[in-house]
Design a protein around this ligand. Structure first.
Ligand SMILES: [Zn+2]
Ligand SMILES: [Zn+2]
Length: 266
């Protein structure tokens, strides 16, 4: 039954379109805009009969899909904004116009992420870029990058040296964007390979210092060995050891294990 209905509707459609051209043609958009990159725009067309594309700029392609006019353009390489009109025609004088405009400049470059990190083994990573430009790409030393069809592909070779970083620059005309890239290396950048960094408590001195004032305003300097980096005890500026400290006073190393590499230096 359903098949039969389908057959009937196909026949009805054929009869309807065969009946002749439209007397009223109404595109749902009177103007369509394309970016410099070009692409596809679809315009619904309401009509009481059949219609066709009568005129079209040579840089515009059209295709009729049922009641939809599919309009496509290639990238605008002319360097200038281009405009034109598509004329749809039905029966007799029945016509409708759709204005087509295409930009000549890149309007935006928007990377999906602004920071890419590689392990020291290197490899390939991609970043989606929202843009209507034909991007020029510059990559810092140690990295290569190329752009095609909305995707930036970044390569990093294996890194046997120190960690490295830089910026990938994307540009077209007066539009630009940057993406930070970094790669781990064989040498820990935090401790420069030594495996240790300055003690965070004493700032590398090995002790902490405190000034106190006595009953008559006299000044005392007190020094405490930094316990975090191996120091102990306390010392006063008059040379006396803290009587409550059994082992006397000793400064710490002023160093602590590098928190980034755990002391390996890599
Ligand atoms: Zn380190
Ligand atoms: Zn310390």
């Amino acid at each position: 039954m359903k098949k039969l209905l389908n057959c009937i509707s196909v026949v009805a459609l054929l009869v309807l379109t065969a009946c002749g051209g439209a007397t009223v043609i109404t595109p749902m958009s009177e103007a369509v805009d394309f970016t410099i990159e070009g692409g596809e725009n679809r315009v619904d067309v309401k009509a009481d009969g059949s219609w066709k594309v009568k005129e079209c700029p040579e840089w515009v392609k059209t295709e009729i899909q049922d009641s939809v006019l599919v309009i496509t353009t290639e990238r605008n390489e002319t360097g200038a904004v281009r405009t034109g009109s598509i004329v749809l025609a039905g029966k007799g004088d029945a016509q409708a116009l759709i204005k087509v405009t295409q930009a000549a400049k890149c309007t935006h470059i928007t990377p999906g992420i602004d920071n890419v990190e590689f392990d020291k083994e290197g490899g390939t990573q991609t970043v989606n870029i929202d843009t209507d430009g034909a991007l020029q790409v510059e990559a810092p030393e140690g990295f290569t990058a190329s752009y095609a069809s909305g995707v930036l592909t970044i390569n990093a070779a294996a890194n046997d040296g120190q960690a490295r970083s830089g910026e990938i620059r994307l540009a077209d005309g007066d539009q630009s964007a940057t993406i930070a890239v970094s790669q781990k290396g064989n040498v820990c950048p935090k401790c420069n390979g030594s495996g240790t960094v300055k003690c965070s408590k004493c700032g590398g001195k090995g002790y902490t210092h405190k000034v106190v004032y006595g009953e008559y305003g006299e000044r005392y300097d007190e020094y405490y060995g930094c316990k975090k980096c191996g120091g102990y005890g306390a010392k006063y500026s008059d040379g006396l050891l803290d009587p409550y400290t059994e082992n006397g006073y000793g400064k710490g190393s002023g160093k602590q294990t590098c928190p980034d590499c755990g002391g390996s230096g890599k």
